[in-house]
Design a binder for this molecule. Sequence first.
Ligand code: NAD
Length: 332
Amino acid sequence: MLCVMKVAVFSSKPYDERFLGAAAAEAGLDVEFFEAHLDVRSVPLARGHDAVCAFVNDDLSAPVLEQLDELGVKIVALRSAGFNHVDLEAARRRGLTVVRVPAYSPTSVAEHTVALILALNRKIYRAYNRVREANFALEGLLGFDLASRTVGVVGTGRIGLAVATIMHGFGCTVLGYDRFPNPEAAAAGLDYVNVDELMSRSDIITLHAPLTAETHHMVNADTIDAMKDGVMLINTSRGGLIDTAAVIAGLKSAKIGSLGLDVYEEEEDLFFDDLSNQVLQDDLFSRLLTFPNVLITGHQAFFTEDALEAIAATTVNNLVAYAAGETSGNEL
Ligand code: NAD
């Protein structure tokens, strides 16, 4: 069905134009792409549009949502699963519909998580640079066999379970913690324990719970203290799950043996843009970059062709359903 809806896409990159542009054109959506992040300054760009399409670091706080409503925008379509950056109460007050892409490709994020685990353990990022400089020394590259180790998965939804399945395939013991245990966990080789047991028994802890008031800083000085010495900590979920200052202290004391991040608490001022000609102003992030046992990627775990196709298809379906007066099931 063709749909005459005007959509303003914020935080747009060439890959959004490619994938979302193609899906929108097929559905007949009238889409305008803006490189600008959505915030109180850029919100006037939404004038004349029925819908706004936003990404993870766009500002969807009450003042922005109020302005969107005043400009006549009816629906905010998130190109993400996470919605911790949206003031849903303010959206409800203003009668704005908010839709998201609850599941696009859990394997994209799970496989990136495992890539971080493997690269950190075997120091691939260090080995790559050394060999290019004809430095073939092995000192500092010592890893461990994953097969005999215990992996703790915090949040056993779609992504957590996909990680559990892969790590179980490596021969790891997989422990899980979730407020709502997943009935498919046994098939993924995952045993549920309470959060304290997971933290104290795991050689690798990987975070896949959403960012909520409850999960905010769930990795903090106290929980780090309860972890095994030399634990590997991985976060591909949301930066706010980790108290960065506490993790830096844990790295300095060697309590944390290695850290892999795809997300960071204050990432909205950093990620998705080329800042290589600027002086980074974030001192905590800059400190993280100095550790030889820290590997950071800039929120790219979702970034596969399969995921971008699925995000575009669901986003367009969400908008088309709204225009037809129907629900997509992806409303928040
Ligand atoms: P999901 O909803 O399928 O699973 C989340 C799980 O966390 C659920 O089982 C839920 O019960 C559990 N949970 C909720 N509160 C909890 C708590 N307090 N303690 C423990 N578990 C709790 O979501 P998903 O698709 O697996 O995605 C997980 C997270 O990954 C998302 O919230 C999102 O923030 C993040 N994500 C990151 C990227 C990336 O590119 N880095 C991409 C997609 C999603």
